[in-house]
Write a protein that binds this ligand. Sequence first.
Ligand code: ARG
Length: 467
Amino acid sequence: MSQATNQSWGGRFSEPTDAFVARFTASVTFDQRLARQDIQGSIAHATMLARVGVLTDDERDAIINGLNEIQGEIERGEFNWSVPLEDVHMNIEARLTEKIGITGKKLHTGRSRNDQVATDIRLFMRDEIDVIEVELKRLREGMIELADREAETIMPGFTHLQTAQPVTFGHHILAWQEMLARDHERLLDCRKRVNVMPLGAAALAGTTYPIDRHVTAELLGFDRPSENSLDAVSDRDFAIEFTSFASILLMHLSRMSEELVLWTSAQFNFIDLPDRFCTGSSIMPQKKNPDVPELVRGKTGRVYGHLMSLLTLMKSQPLAYNKDNQEDKEPLFDAVDTVRDCLKAFADMVPAIEPKKVSMYEAARRGFSTATDLADYLVRKGVAFRDAHEIVGQSVAYGLKTEKDLSEMSLDELKQFSATIEQDVFEVLTLEGSVAARNHIGGTAPNQVRAAAQRAREALSALKAGA
Ligand code: ARG
């Protein structure tokens, strides 16, 4: 970092900034990440200024060429970021002036760092949302295909983590997919409010120059200019919305992670994860640890933390811009990186999940998972549900004592509990019969799972970024 002094506001000061204060208030160490968007915003601003006659075409061209060169310097790692120049905006402007002389100083006409930074973050968020959306789509597609493949695979369904009723593995994966479908909607909804342009709000009240904000908005791909200059420079609710989306998404991914961790354990033994998503232990040679889902589960905490940071950052801030807002960037950057990486990890991993069908099937058989089917059978034969519940309870107690699943008992054994039980009971006591019977929209029957997968595929392809 060079030691250039910050001259952009030096005019009214009689002594230089304290060295520690300069470091304390600087943001360039982290906001240099906004450089591309800062240059993009400046090019649009200069273009608009020339169109309304505030800059000449030559001045505009000199500015744009200079900025493009600076972009190259940054990309090649040749740019000398300076802490005394405080932030990404003043670093780039100072370099521009160094390169093209006095014209560089005209770029800041009719704008302020306040509307500039608000614009940069929105451009950044829009770019990142689009990248995140690609990963989210890829993950949803992977889940839909896995569900379709495993529409007939039977596993125990749980409540209270106790075996409840048999379900199909495809149905379980489509439950995950539904969570992500709602997260996807939240992301696209958030994008709509991100894509509004603060530029032109200037410091807080607008500017006296004859700017045309529709031109700038169009050049930058924003849906519209913001309505109110005070609001535009100050609020960061779009960042809070994004981290809310991110928190809910990570909450969902952590639930899926937890199940993957359980399922890969020897005790469940429901699935295998390929070695490339796992690591070993340096001391226990037999171990294969599901690190990827564990880490995703763990990263949920930091994203919740960022949401809390941003909510607290904005709380009680009077209008308009306050320096507090400089603290919006690090939580937001980390939330963006974490979400993108977790989605990538999941999108790579989910299609590679290998269900251990025999083991899942055996687990579903062990837990009396068709007990409800027996009760429903009795009700169909005219027994009241409460009585049916009691009869099945006695059958299960008998099964526990004799170590037999309901489907393994003879007709005579079952008849001890109710004379209404006939040979046709065995159709409902099999796992296949049980899942096939739940044959309505939203049910676990294999044909319903295939139909749901098809609907999910169609819903996904109908979604468009920014729509
Ligand atoms: N670095 C600042 C931020 O991130 C830019 C805006 C500063 N504006 C100001 N008047 N100090 O928010």
